[in-house]
Design a protein around this ligand. Structure first.
Ligand code: FCB
Length: 454
């Protein structure tokens, strides 16, 4: 498929102070899993179970970023990144999930944050990007209400340590994905399949942990910008048939409203609650108000849309996603559909009105290879990024309080259940040598960031 590139939007479409950057997460890049007192997470265990990871590989080394972090920060600086979203590995800081802190783990993030600031890069820190300490996993994981309290204690510890230098904090990354893919689809840790009760408990306890964490962090650092990161995906019916329309609505309920409604409206969507009445977790009085503790900013991960058909052969929500013919799909099988980003931003503003939003992840996996000229030609990613940055410009022009755009990802990394088969980076990584090489899309993005605002 040929990729006629759309132009970048005018640099002046983004106000001064708007930040362009990139994102990663600890488990996907750090490696160093047994270094300096780090404890294990449920992802460490999961990646070593036979048959769980598509290419049979693990993340013990990944991008070796725990060792190469200085070089990686230099690379970000060379790309002119203005912001960097990273996550803190909970088991590196609290090896048992709670209790005694690991000073060497905290010191690693101290150095990372100082290194970012020294290079003029604004840090966006995420506390939980799926690497739950094994000790907490074995005590029930997100099915246990106690894990919510543990998240809040961990959040308070980290914000006390780094909050003098880090302004932007997300409690959770994609609680929907952790709950559904980990407890229903069986493709992420902890690897449960079809367990709706566990899935909904994981949703509720993560959100409860988020609310408790925001309260604890607010008390420790009243001026910090606090929030969480949700993966949002428009669900469109595959046809005008009433069954498909209803399936799309169910999909939207599970994927989008089930997280947005509690955080912004202090309630779960009535249609989801009704459909899942028998499987709903215990919701104690005060829980919903805690979950809806006001936040300062919402991070949105947007990748693609879902085109949804009713499928009675599948468990509730009884739907399947259809592949749209004749358009480009990434190696994840995801469509390049920037209109969905604009629509998502407008919808969130209309229905939930967060004070500020930022794109916490957006990007595409492509079959990138180093070609004989030594370059990585990745026009499909250039196409994707330009189109989605255009969508951000349109949303801004319509009044969305968008403050930053963080591409996923800075560099190729360990893509969870798909191992190293998916390359999302602006920077190519050779996992044998750990050599980094800026892809054409990375250079293109860097040139856009550096272009004059005039
Ligand atoms: C998101 C995750 C991120 C990465 C991208 C491709 O769901 O937050 O870690 O795996 O997808």
């Amino acid at each position: 498929m040929s990729h006629t590139l759309p132009p970048w939007p005018a640099r002046s479409a983004f106000p001064p102070g708007f930040l362009f950057g990139a994102a990663t997460s600890a488990f996907q890049i750090e490696g160093g899993v047994a270094t300096e007192g780090r404890g294990a997470s449920w992802w460490d265990r999961y990646t070593h179970l036979p048959g769980r990871i598509r290419d049979g590989r693990h993340a013990d080394t990944a991008c070796d970023h725990h060792r190469l972090w200085r070089e990686d920060l230099d690379l970000m600086q060379r790309l002119g990144l203005q912001a960097y979203r990273f996550s803190i590995a909970w088991p590196r800081v609290l090896p048992m999930g709670r209790g005694a802190a690991n000073e060497a783990g905290l010191a690693f993030y101290d150095r990372l944050v100082d290194g970012l600031l020294a290079r003029g890069i604004v840090p966006y820190a995420t506390l939980y990007h799926w690497d739950l300490p094994l000790a907490l996993a074995d005590a029930g994981g997100w099915q246990s209400r106690d894990t919510a309290a543990a998240l809040a204690d961990y959040a308070a510890l980290v914000v006390q340590r780094l909050g003098d230098r880090v302004q932007h904090w997300a409690t959770l990354n994609e609680p929907r994905c952790c709950a559904w893919v980990g407890h229903f689809e069986g493709r992420h840790a902890p690897g449960l399949q079809g367990d709706l009760r566990a899935t909904l408990a994981a949703v509720h306890h993560q959100l409860l942990g988020h609310g408790l964490a925001v309260q604890a962090m607010r008390a420790a650092r009243p001026t910090a910008q606090l929030g969480l990161v949700l993966d949002l995906k428009p669900h469109l019916p595959a046809s005008g048939h009433a069954d498909d329309v209803a399936a799309a609505r169910r999909g939207d309920g599970v994927f989008n409203r089930c997280l947005l409604d509690p955080v912004f409206h202090a309630s779960y969507p009535a249609d989801v609650v009704q459909a899942c009445a028998a499987e709903m977790p215990e919701i104690r009085s005060g829980d919903m108000a805690t979950i809806a503790t006001p936040i300062d900013e919402l991070g949105i991960n947007y990748y693609t849309r879902a085109v949804v058909a009713h499928d009675a052969s599948r468990p509730w929500p009884s739907l399947r996603e259809e592949r749209v013919p004749g358009v480009h799909h990434s190696t994840m099988g995801w469509e390049d559909w920037p209109e969905g980003l604009e629509q998502t931003l407008l919808r969130v503003q209309r229905e939930y009105a967060p004070k500020a939003v930022y794109i916490a992840e957006n990007g595409a996996a492509e079959p990138d290879e180093v070609s004989t000229d030594g370059l990585v030609h990745d026009p499909a990613r250039q196409h994707y990024l330009r189109g989605h940055v255009q969508a951000c410009a349109r949303a801004l022009a319509q009044g969305v309080p968008l403050q930053a755009y963080l591409a996923w990802s800075l560099m190729d990394n360990f893509e969870w259940g798909r191992g190293y088969t998916q390359r999302f980076g602006l920077v190519h990584v050779d996992f044998e040598t750990q050599q980094r090489r800026v892809k054409n899309s990375g250079a293109d993005y860097a040139a856009f960031i550096a272009s004059p605002r005039a």
